[in-house]
Structure formats: C-alpha cells, structure tokens
Write a protein that binds this ligand. Sequence first.
Ligand code: SF4
Length: 372
Amino acid sequence: MAIVSQPQTAARPEPRVRQDEPRDLKGMLLSGLEQFVLDLGEPRFRAAQIASWVFEKGAASFEEMTNLPKLLRARLHDIARITTLRVVQQSHSRHSPTSKYLLGLDDGQTVETVLIGGVQRNTLCISTQVGCALACRFCASGLAGLSRNMTAGEIVDQVIQVQRRVGDDRTINNVVLMGMGEPLANYDAVLRAVRIINAPWGLGIGARKITISTSGLVPNILRLATEGLQVELSVSLHAADDDTRSFLMPINRRYPLRSLLDACTRYVETTNRLITFEYILLKDVNDGLDDAGRLIALLRDLLCKVNLIPYNPVDGLPFETPDEGRQAAFLRVLQAGRITTTIRRERGRDIDAACGQLRLKESGQRSVVGGR
Ligand code: SF4
C-alpha cells in the first residue's frame, strides 16, 4: 500500500469518554494512543507497538500482542477494546470482480461494504452511518432512516476485515466513503477514520486514494477544505436545476445548487484540488440534452469532472435507465462543452452492489435501489 502521511497537527483531540467506558483502540490516532499509554505509566513506544498490532496485523484481542508485558495486556483487557466487525453475509458477482459484505456491529446493527476489483486497483466502498437521514429518492439506504452514526473504529475496521477475507493477493488500495450514510454528517468520526486509513502507522493507504463523498452538506464542505487533507472529494449532484434536485434529494432544499456550487468553488480555491460530481442518469428525469446544457453552465468555470452513472433499476421505484443512445448523447454534449466526463461501467448488479440494497434484503425489507 502506498504511504502518504497527514500532519497530526490538524487532528482533533480524542473524543471524551466516560472513565468506565473501554477505549476503542481502533478509533484512536497515534497521538491519542501515546497519551493513553503514558497515562498508564508505560513508555511512549508502546503506542506504536499497539498500533502495529491493531492496524497492520489486525489483532482482535490483547492476548495476541505478545511483545507487550503480560501485566499491560491484562490492564488493556479491563480498560480498552478493539472493535471487530463480523462478516454476516457475503456475495460475489458472477460477472465482475465485485464482492459485497454485510458486516455486523457490536449492537446487532449491520452495514454494507463493497469491494470492486479493477485492472490495477481494488476499491473498497465503505459505510459511515447505519442508515441515512437524507432520504434521496433513488436510494435504499435512505428508506429506513438513520439508526446511528458509525464510530471511527467501525469505519476503519471495514477495510481491515475485508482485507483479511481477500488475503494478500488483492490489496485494497482505494477506499471510497460512498456506502451507507452521508459521510459529512458524521464529520468527526469520518475525519478520524480517514486519518487512520491514511497514516503510515495505520492502514497506509495514500490520501489521493481515499474519496470522501457528500450529497452537499455545504458547511462541512467548507470545513473539509481547511483540514489540509489531500483526499478526493466527490459531490453527488444528480440534477442541474433546483426543482429536479430538490425532488431527488431533499437536502437541496436546505442547500440549493447556488450555495452548493459556491461552496465547491471555495473548496477548489482553498485546496487547489479537483472535485468529482456524480450524476445518476434517470430516464426522462434528468437525462435530457437541456439538462446536459444546464450542467455545463453550472460547472464550466470549476476545476472538476463529471462521473455519469446509468441508473440501476429495481422493481418498486418509478425510475428507469436511459437507453445507451441517450446516455451517449448526454456524454457527448458534456464533452463538447469541455467538461471532463466519464461514464461508470455497471458492476455487480447480480449482487445488489448499490448502497443499502443488501442490508434491506437481509433485514427483510423490500429491496429498492442504491444511491450515490
Ligand atoms: S444517496 Fe447517500 S445521502 Fe442519499 S439517502 Fe442514500 S446514503 Fe443517504
């Protein structure tokens, strides 16, 4: 895995926990681990030893940490824990190197994680919340609403558990925070998890190989711009006018397109980094050539690219996929308008590889369609 470290100075302090609450070592930055061991009267280097066991070796118990003194292991047993998710269900696509995992959390909740293989990269799409409050009309995750935020340790452990499953032959070298939930609505835990996934003492995945997605939480896009991270930002746009976008994504009523695009402009100016806009193509909803024209007008002055995603249809929702000719025409108009545009190849339809679908099926609800 590539190693790109992020400055620890930008990190926020460890969250306050009750004295009697075991600390989750998988959700702690190295600086927090150091303070933790110092408070126990141990030398600072123990923190790096613990980080190596937790993140590099994927240890699930303190007994495995054989280079720690027995007494320290016993103390850790009493005051700390290591979040470890269970694989409840997994499915593998017959048509593409795509696998989907339903992972169990300690409180009995489940989340989804999808591994997508490519020529040179293996991308893991991870969740950041159990459910989602934003209720996008085309998304299964939003159907049942938000149960709770995931902790930093739970977010990180999705990568560790799937990597353990697939072994060294398939190194996860890309992580996208595009599964269940709105990442920027769980800001502190997500940023902590991203720093751990990126850090050389953590999972060592390069910042530019980590993508944070958002449906457009304007204040937190502006906050993210100041973090000094080199991660990719992906904004789910899905419409080029406010009426259509508010219909598809209720969050647009709170942060309409103008305020979202202004925040994106500020983000690019501050970070000098390109933004990817995701656009699900829905037949007769947002796939007209006039929509493409409006999209060009919105984005032409911004350092960005557009990723078109042909809709993945499922019984029960009124949306359909535009035919390939219509998709190609939309793509051509954007390209002629000098907007860098790609179109996503469909992957894993046979395993419901879209956010929220597997979890809904598993919980006995009707499967609809996944978002982003
Ligand atoms: S598309 Fe994303 S933001 Fe919208 S409901 Fe689904 S998970 Fe939430």
